[in-house]
Design a binder for this molecule. Structure first.
Ligand SMILES: [Cu+2]
Length: 169
């Protein structure tokens, strides 16, 4: 995908992250389903992204997408102001070698089903990070689905030492 890298003002990014954190806090008081968009029947569980080191230009985000509707949906793509682009990647073991490939035709989320984006499997690859992701804060993530569905949620940046926050398959 060819796109111009737009330099993002670090201060503006911080303000955006801060206001998102405030928003997130307010929404969290509504309960565990706060990240859901009831209109579309899609609910996001345990969204997180790994913190990155200075100079690191890519990051991995994990989450579980629940489809609580009777209609199969499709994740088409994702975006965040924290990175130039997000690619959907899949890891698989083939001939004894772990391979990572880009998924370009989207991911089906079955009706009344779920799809887990986890380490060693499907994941969201943040490409072209604007700044290192530091643990403890949030970045906004927009998920784009078929039929015009779009969901924007805050994802928590988690320390590389944290082994418990990651969603399981
Ligand atoms: Cu990847």
């Amino acid at each position: 995908m060819l796109r111009l890298a737009v330099p993002v003002n670090a201060a503006a990014l911080k303000v955006a992250a801060l206001s998102l954190a405030v928003l997130c806090g307010a929404r969290l008081m509504l309960g565990p389903l706060a990240a859901a968009a009831p209109a579309t029947g899609l609910r996001i569980e345990s969204p997180m992204v790994r913190e990155t080191l200075p100079g690191q230009t890519t990051g991995s985000a994990y989450l579980v997408i629940h489809n609580e509707s009777d209609v199969a949906r499709r994740l088409l793509g994702a975006a965040t102001p924290a990175a130039r682009e997000i690619q959907i990647h899949d890891m698989s073991l083939r001939d004894g070698i772990m391979r990572m490939r880009q998924v370009t035709d989207g991911v089906a989320i079955p009706a009344r089903g779920k799809v887990a984006f986890v380490a060693g499997g499907l994941h969201l690859m943040l490409v072209g990070l604007q700044a290192p992701l530091s643990a403890g804060s949030d970045v906004p993530l927009t998920l784009r689905f078929d039929r015009g569905g779009e969901l924007t949620i805050p994802i928590r940046i988690v320390s590389i030492d944290d082994t418990t926050s990651q969603p399981k398959k």
